[in-house]
Design a protein around this ligand. Structure first.
Ligand SMILES: [Zn+2]
Ligand SMILES: [Zn+2]
Ligand SMILES: [Zn+2]
Length: 371
C-alpha cells in the first residue's frame, strides 16, 4: 500500500506524511532560535556544558549547539573549556573560540609523533582548523613540512584540513582565505522581486549539453555590482553554467567566465553516464523558483547545515568532506562562493551544488555532493 500524497500544511508542497514538510520545520526552528533572547542562549549554553560535563559527550544538545553556532554565532569559549577537560573533540565547532591555552595544548599534542586521543590527529586538526589564527597557521605549516608519525593515519595534509575553517596556505607559505567573509541567504520572493534580484538560481539557457542533450542552466547568476555584493569584488555579471543532468554523474566541472555574463564549460573528462534523466518539466520547475538574494547579511555559518538552503558567501554545508578545488589555470586554491540546495528548486533532487571561483583567471568550479 503506497503512502498517500498530501500538502504540507505550511507551504503546500506535496508530502507523504501528515503535518509540515522538512524544510518548513527547519525554517520554523531557525526562526525560533533567531528570536531567542541572550538569556535563553545562556541557558542553552549551560545545558550544553552540563551534558558534556556529565557524559563526556555532546549528543542530546548537539542539534541546538549547531544551530546556535550557525544562526547566532555564539561564543564557544566556555564550551571549548569543558569539552577539552573531557578530551571531547567533536563537533569541531566547539573550538571556534577556544582560549589560547587550549589551542596551545592541542598543538602540543599534535607536535608528538603519536596523538594520544581516542580519535587521533584527524579530529584535533579539524578543531584547530575551525579556530584558525596565526599560531595554528604556523604550526600547520610546520606539521606539513616535518610530518609526524600521525600523518600516515590522516588522509590529507594540514593545509586541506585548514579549509574546514575557511583558510589555507600555498606551497610558499602564504596564508589565503578559502571563503568570503560575508554571507547572504537566498530567500523566497515575488516574481517582481526576482526580476530585480542580483542573484538568481537555475536560469534556463538556449544551449543543450553536448554529452546528454539536456538543456543547460545557469546554476547561479550573480551581479556583483549590487551594493550587498561588493565583498565579492566582481565588477559585472557572472554565470555558473551547468548541465543539471551531467553534474549528478561527474562530481565537478569548471567554467570559464567573463564579467559580461559569458560562460563556457570546460570538461576535463566525460561524465560517467550520459543518458539524460532530466525532463523538460524539471528544467521548468527549476527555472521557475522564487529565490532572491536576502536583504541583510547573516552569520557566516548560517547555511552550513542540513536544510541550510542556498546562500552566497560564508561557509558551505558539505554533505561529504569540504572540497576546495585548485584552479586549472594558475593552480592556486580556489575560493568557495555559493551553495544551492537542490531540492529547494527541484523537488526530489538530492544534495547540494557548490560554486567556487578563481577571480585571477576568471574560472568557476561547480561541484555536486549528495549522501
Ligand atoms: Zn512546507
Ligand atoms: Zn549533460
Ligand atoms: Zn586561477
Amino acid at each position: 500500500m503506497g503512502r498517500t500524497a498530501q500538502h504540507c500544511k505550511q507551504c503546500g508542497r506535496i508530502i507523504y506524511f501528515d503535518g509540515i514538510c522538512i524544510s518548513c520545520r527547519a525554517e520554523n526552528e531557525r526562526k525560533e532560535i533567531l528570536a531567542w533572547s541572550q538569556e535563553e542562549i545562556d541557558d542553552a549554553v549551560r545545558k550544553i556544558c552540563d551534558e558534556i560535563k556529565e557524559t563526556g559527550e555532546l549528543d542530546k544538545e548537539s542539534d541546538v549547539f549547531t544551530k546556535l553556532v550557525n544562526y547566532r554565532d555564539i561564543d564557544t569559549s566556555e564550551i571549548a573549556q569543558v569539552a577539552f577537560e573531557k578530551q571531547l573533540f567533536y563537533p569541531f565547532e566547539m573550538y571556534k573560540d577556544a582560549s589560547d591555552e587550549i589551542i596551545r595544548a592541542m598543538l602540543e599534542m599534535l607536535s608528538q609523533d603519536n596523538v594520544d586521543t581516542m580519535l587521533g590527529a584527524n579530529h584535533l586538526l579539524s578543531c584547530l582548523a575551525i579556530h584558525g589564527g596565526e599560531e595554528v597557521f604556523r604550526s600547520f605549516m610546520e606539521f606539513e613540512k616535518n610530518p609526524r608519525k600521525w600523518r600516515e593515519k590522516v588522509y590529507v595534509n594540514p593545509s586541506v584540513y585548514a579549509t574546514n575553517g575557511g583558510w589555507s596556505y600555498d606551497s610558499s607559505g602564504n596564508a589565503l582565505k578559502t571563503i568570503f567573509d560575508k554571507c547572504y541567504p537566498m530567500v523566497k520572493g515575488t516574481p517582481n522581486e526576482k526580476e530585480h534580484s542580483p542573484v538568481k538560481i537555475g536560469v534556463r539557457t538556449r544551449e543543450k549539453c553536448s554529452h546528454c542533450g539536456c538543456t543547460m542552466v545557469n546554476l547561479m547568476e550573480i551581479d556583483g555590482r549590487d551594493s550587498r555584493l561588493q565583498f565579492l569584488g566582481i565588477d559585472g555579471v557572472i554565470k555558473a553554467k551547468c548541465c543539471p543532468n551531467c553534474i549528478m554523474w561527474s562530481d565537478d566541472h569548471f567554467c570559464r567566465y567573463t564579467v559580461n555574463g559569458e560562460s563556457e564549460i570546460i570538461y576535463e573528462k566525460e561524465p560517467f553516464n550520459t543518458e539524460n534523466y532530466m525532463k523538460d518539466e524539471g528544467i521548468e520547475e527549476m527555472a521557475s523558483n522564487s529565490y532572491i538574494l536576502g536583504e541583510t547579511p547573516v552569520p557566516l555559518r548560517y547555511a552550513a547545515d542540513w536544510e541550510g538552503g542556498s546562500s552566497v558567501g560564508g561557509f558551505a554545508f558539505w554533505i561529504q568532506d569540504c572540497v576546495i578545488k585548485h584552479c586549472p589555470d594558475c593552480g592556486k586554491t580556489m575560493k568557495y562562493l555559493a551553495q544551492i540546495q537542490w531540492d529547494t528548486v527541484l523537488d526530489g533532487m538530492e544534495g547540494n551544488a557548490y560554486i567556487e571561483i578563481c577571480e585571477d583567471c576568471n574560472v568557476i568550479a561547480v561541484l555536486h555532493q549528495q549522501t
